[in-house]
Design a protein around this ligand. Sequence first.
Ligand code: GLV
Length: 310
Amino acid sequence: MSIGIIVTDRDVSILKQKTEALLPSETPVWVYPDIPAPTEVEMVVVWRHPDGILKTFPNLKLVCSLGAGVEQLFDDPGLPPSVAISRIVDEALSISMRNYVLMAVLNIHKQLRFYQHNQRELRWSKPDPLEIPLRIGVLGLGELGGPIAQNLASLGFAVWGYSQTPRNIEGVHCLHAGSISPSNFASKVNLLICLLPHTKATEGILNLEVFRNMPKGSFLINVARGAHLKEEDLLLAMKEGYIREAWLDVFREEPLPPSHPFWLYDRITITPHVASITNQENAARIIAEDYRRLKEGKPPLFEVNREKGY
Ligand code: GLV
């Protein structure tokens, strides 16, 4: 029996090599499109897989997403109803995301954009106030959002957290979706950071109503999924003054097309979905362990709940 890696946006030779090294030699790891015997495949590791391909593995038992997000699997009508789904939860992924968010928060807090602009104009000038007093709202308090909220609180920021499941995090005002609407949550803060999973309930959660509930001159960081943001609403909220600056790592269409208006906004920082990328060596350890667990009839390490969608 074997493992198939179906990843279409990057070179996965390290993942293949490291996973194979951790498994007995009778378990080959095949990389799409070079999968010689689909009937042998019991587990696949996917990222941006072609829709419908999962149906071509009649003995498939486990699908592992090569990232934190799994929404692409639920969007695929060919996802077999009986297979288990898992994802990568890894400290390196979490630290990398924490550092990206911290970079963006500190840039905003210390007003780096102001100095960059002045440097281009050869101008020595100090803003008033020197630091922007931030009230930070973290949307999503799971494996990635929880440690980020805690980290920001430990650095002295006032932090609110919003999650589907009630949470308790030291130093963070945790509120859950059952007790507060996204708009009411947004009214408490002047910086929103989105780390939510993409589900039907969170699709378009970053919208004009939410932005209009924030004080004028607020900030947005989206490192979750492009589908969380209604892109035209952000442009309107910027025009109306509610959102002063945005940091975006994810977009509805990726790569972001050259004709997209976001490119032209000086107050939008664009990064190409790099806030946190799965480390292939760490992922190999999780995949090999999940395969062993599969053979022993145990659930995968980080199983996804099909009902919740994450
Ligand atoms: C990246 O976007 C991930 O879900 O890991």
